[in-house]
Ligand binder design. Structure first.
Ligand code: F6P
Length: 364
């Protein structure tokens, strides 16, 4: 009987619970035992009660709940070999040989590294008498499947990540609320949104709410006179009778010299140059929490089902898959290639090669 575990790792994302539910219920339907590892990789390292066998009813209500019920963490111990040794031992002792990891690129990198090291880790555990030879032989291969759970939508090779659409809705609702008060007072607002080094949330929210100006890392404003350009555009909008100004800035926005563009800089600019009564709103974690929208519930459910199918179809010599969404279809992508391309995006932005960065994120 196969034993499949799921964990959620890194920043929580709406829809992660639906992914857990999808994995648990599909595993049970396919005649496997399902496990949830609590608190991300920390739970793997700690073992004991942190690794729980899950029944069908244990995931009741998971579809509609925000965050991740089984908990998440940014785990330092798992980055160290001693931590991964403990994690390997806990998996083997629980008879688990397949791990579905739902998280962002950092969490998925950790997962594949773990799989690569697996034979070495088992050998060391046998040498130190932590495992018997028989135990190690039964679990000679670890199956890993990656599900991309991240509000940032920053993973290469997939069109969309679990949580990004809910977060986008949340941002749009917040900006709609800001817009009505902005119009009432004829004010300007600079709204900072999450996304790290990925401008997807800022760009999509800007289009959906009709923002006056948007700042994203992948397309810095050109040249050294962008301040003049922005002010001229906004003045034009005001001259046409617009009573509100909305500027959206991604938290990782930069200028063409790779210097950060902050919400505070923009607020000061609008105040000093255009004499607009300007306020700044940093949306923060309201964007990330709360119920998942229907799209994320369904995306995570479909991907959870596909993750179990991928485990059941896996072979030791085939690279670990990441479940991607490409042109509205689930697709198994080479996990390490997708993670490597995602890393290249950040490097390309660091070299000011923004066109390359966009191509790397969407290689198809
Ligand atoms: O990666 C998701 C994300 O919400 C980013 O958009 C943001 O920069 C970061 O996590 C915030 O992390 P934390 O919740 O640990 O402060």
């Amino acid at each position: 009987r196969r034993k499949i575990a799921i964990l959620t790792s890194g920043g929580d994302a709406p829809g992660m619970n639906a992914a857990v539910r999808g994995v648990v219920r599909t595993a049970i339907m396919r005649g496997c035992d399902a496990y949830a590892v609590h608190e991300g990789y920390q739970g793997l390292v700690d073992g004991g009660d942190m690794i729980k066998k899950m029944g069908w009813d244990d995931v009741q209500g998971y579809l509609t709940t925000g965050g991740t019920v089984i908990g998440t963490a940014r785990c330092k111990a798992f980055r160290e070999r001693w931590g991964r040794l403990k994690a390997a031992k806990n998996l083997v002792k629980n008879g688990i040989d397949a791990l579905v990891v739902c998280g962002g690129d950092g969490s998925l990198t950790g997962a594949d590294l773990f799989r690569g090291e697996w034979p070495d880790l088992l050998e060391e555990l046998v040498q130190t008498n932590e495992l018997t030879k028989d135990e190690a032989a039964t679990f000679s291969h670890l199956n890993i499947v990656g599900l991309v759970g991240s509000i940032d939508n920053d993973m290469s090779s997939t069109d969309i990540t679990i949580g990004a659409v809910t977060c986008l809705h949340r941002i749009c609702e917040s900006i709609d609320s800001i817009s009505s008060t902005a119009s009432s007072h004829s004010r300007a607002f600079v709204v900072e949104v999450m996304g790290r080094h990925c401008g997807w949330l800022a760009l999509m929210a800007g289009i959906a709410t009709g923002a006056d100006f948007i700042f994203i890392p992948e397309r810095p404003p050109s040249g050294d006179n962008w301040q003049d350009e922005m002010c001229a555009d906004i003045k034009k909008h005001r001259d046409l009778g617009k009573r509100k100004t909305i500027v959206i800035v991604c938290e990782g926005a930069i200028d063409s010299n790779l210097q950060p563009i902050t919400a505070k800089d923009l607020k000061d600019l609008l105040t000093d140059r255009l004499h607009l009564d300007t306020r700044m709103t940093i949306l923060g974690h309201v964007q990330r929490g709360g119920k998942p929208c229907a799209f994320d519930r369904n995306l995570a459910t479909i991907q959870g089902i596909e993750a179990v199918e991928a485990v059941l179809a896996s072979k030791p010599d085939v690279p670990s898959p990441m479940i991607a969404m490409c042109e509205n279809r689930t697709k198994r992508i080479d996990l390490m290639k997708a993670v490597a391309l995602t890393g290249e995006v950040a490097k390309a932005i660091g070299r000011k090669d923004f066109v390359a960065a966009m191509q790397l994120r969407d290689p198809a």
